[in-house]
Design a protein. Structure first.
Length: 157
């Protein structure tokens, strides 16, 4: 009985190992191939590392782990070169007063370096309003308009 089972379950030597059909490739040896330009099958790791390298977070560290020979160093070197060659154009983020909901400031995003220009422009506007608005409100022309509006409202003419 055991001979029957052994015969039924036996595998010929040719079936013990898979062999790639060589006719499907356009090269004779792998020496003819160009090295891969990307880290194979690691898009999530690449995205995470790229994010960590381009995020301005002082005091933070990046830890890369994985088995030997999986391309960790290659991936890090490639991304460091890519990041160093690309000037970082980070947007400026500014919070401004929200007149509809004063307890919830509004966030506006400006192009890189435009936050300082915006702050200076707002400071000039505040100065102009502080100096020129009281004078404008005290002008004879506005005083006459306010008086006319008050007389009209109260019915006195």
């Amino acid at each position: 009985m055991t001979e029957k089972i052994a015969k039924t379950l036996s595998v010929p030597p040719s079936g013990l190992r898979w062999q790639c059909p060589t006719g499907q490739f356009a090269f004779s040896t792998t020496a003819e191939l160009e090295p891969a330009s990307d880290v194979v099958a690691q898009p999530t790791a690449m995205d995470a590392l790229r994010f960590s390298l381009t995020t301005d977070a002082r005091g933070q560290n990046v830890y890369v782990r994985g088995p030997r020979g999986t391309g960790r160093k290659t991936m890090v070197r490639r991304l460091l070169d890519e990041v160093n060659d690309t000037p970082l154009e980070r947007p400026d983020h500014c919070y401004v007063h929200n007149f509809a909901q004063p307890g919830k400031p509004r966030l506006i995003s400006l192009g890189a370096g435009q936050g300082r220009q915006f702050r200076r422009a707002m400071a000039r506007l505040a100065d102009a309003i502080g100096q020129d608005l009281p004078k404008a409100l005290e002008s004879e022309h506005l005083a006459a308009e306010r008086m006319a509006a008050w007389l009209e409202k109260t019915g006195n003419e």
